[in-house]
Design a protein around this ligand. Structure first.
Ligand SMILES: N[C@@H](CC(=O)c1ccccc1NC=O)C(=O)O
Length: 305
């Protein structure tokens, strides 16, 4: 594929069937920001918990004081090609997921060009380590990791971490993942404008590709379930990345599932998680072994620090 074609394949907004590229990104930001505000005003939460020493190394925890200790924890990593978006506008799935009985943790991380992709991966590890501690203190039934686009890439990288050698924590606590429209081989991005703030070489792109770490993922994730989802109107390259990654997980003997979400593009494939009757919301709830509409009565906000 020539550079011009790659540029288009890795420009998600150009493939929407709904409106112009500019419009779909603008609309996405508006929708996720609005829904995240609603979550913060309605659901009991701890905002701006610090997990690292820069401004963006903070996370927001929803439902921890309301839900029982054994509730599963869903950790969400936002997308935005590692240089945009933020956790402040990424809690749009909180209302349905908390209502179904899971604690939700939305993490932030520093963005390129301030930091490299390897540093972003490290920060996600630190955030996940924080959440693994929280899970073991609470007696949680398990931690599930979700991410969209660049966040799907970061979530997949987290599956390759051996938490025992990394931080003396248990690999078994992480029980599943929801990877939505992710990128699992970063090498095709090197000659696109996506790489302008990242400045990856072919080597650092491969080093940070989940595909490179398949053997590690196979070792750490034999007990996990991994959902790989993609939008029907994602670009052929995005669809190929998801399809091939899931095939490799399956060939490696892992429990995984490919979900091709009809009538969605790169943006509403994830923003629809704000709806409890959306296909991926139901799949996520099912994975966490919760029953849809098993609404916890007292989710009303009691504190928000
Ligand atoms: N400039 C990009 C924007 C984009 O890719 C994006 C925007 C919001 C959330 C996730 C995104 N993509 C991957 O992380 C585009 O052309 O669509």
């Amino acid at each position: 594929m020539n550079n011009e074609e790659l540029e288009k394949q890795y420009s998600p907004s150009k493939w929407t069937h709904r409106c112009s590229p500019d419009e779909v990104v603008k609309q996405h930001v508006m929708i996720v920001a609005e829904e995240s505000e609603k979550a913060k005003s309605e659901i009991e939460c701890q905002i701006d918990r610090i997990y690292g020493d820069t401004e963006r190394q903070k996370l927001d925890i929803f439902g921890a004081d309301t839900l029982p200790g054994d509730a599963p924890i869903f950790l969400y990593i936002h997308g935005g090609y590692w240089h945009m978006m933020g956790r402040e506008i990424s809690s749009y799935m909180v209302r349905p997921i908390c209502k179904a009985g899971a604690v939700v943790v939305v993490i932030g991380y520093d963005l390129a060009p301030k930091v490299s992709i390897s540093e972003i991966v490290n920060q996600c590890k630190k955030a996940l380590s924080f959440v693994l501690n929280l899970a073991s203190h609470r007696g949680s039934s398990g931690v599930y990791i979700g991410g969209h686009s660049a966040g799907g890439h970061l979530a997949a990288m987290m599956l390759s971490v051996d938490w025992m050698s990394e931080s003396m924590q248990s690999n078994s606590m992480i029980k599943g993942a929801l990877l939505v429209s992710g990128i699992y081989d970063l090498q095709p991005l090197v000659n696109t404008s996506v790489n302008d703030p990242l400045k990856m070489t072919q080597e650092t792109a491969w080093e940070n590709s989940p595909l490179k770490h398949l053997d590690k993922i196979k070792k750490t994730s034999s007990h996990r379930h991994i959902i790989v989802a993609v939008g029907q109107h994602d670009s052929p390259e995005f669809r190929r990345q998801s399809q091939e990654f899931q095939q490799k997980l399956k060939d490696g003997g892992l429990s995984s599932q490919y979900v091709d979400v009809a009538d969605t593009d790169h943006f509403n494939v994830i923003e629809n998680l704000q709806n409890e009757d959306y296909e991926l919301t139901k799949e996520l709830i099912k994975m966490m072994k919760l029953i849809i509409n098993d609404v916890v009565d007292d989710m009303a906000k009691t504190s928000c620090s």
